[in-house]
Design a protein around this ligand. Structure first.
Ligand SMILES: [Zn+2]
Length: 66
């Protein structure tokens, strides 16, 4: 997950979301970036690539960092 939010409000923020499973999306514009972040977080919780990757993390209640 790579979010670029320039301090300069005139610059359009962009974000790139990618996953180990090969999923990749790009967002341009503040609203799309916000939606992409939420979508990315949702995907992280459902993607088998992550839920199977660290089985011990889920049992201990730890959450993988974005
Ligand atoms: Zn995935």
């Amino acid at each position: 997950m790579d979010v670029i939010c320039p301090p300069d409000w005139r610059t359009v923020p962009t974000a790139t979301s990618w996953c180990s499973c090969g999923r990749m999306r790009r967002a341009v514009g503040r609203r799309q970036v916000v939606e992409l972040v939420a979508d990315h977080n949702t995907h992280r919780t459902t993607c088998h690539h992550h839920t199977n990757r660290h089985p011990q993390a889920t049992t201990t209640g730890r959450r993988a960092a974005a």
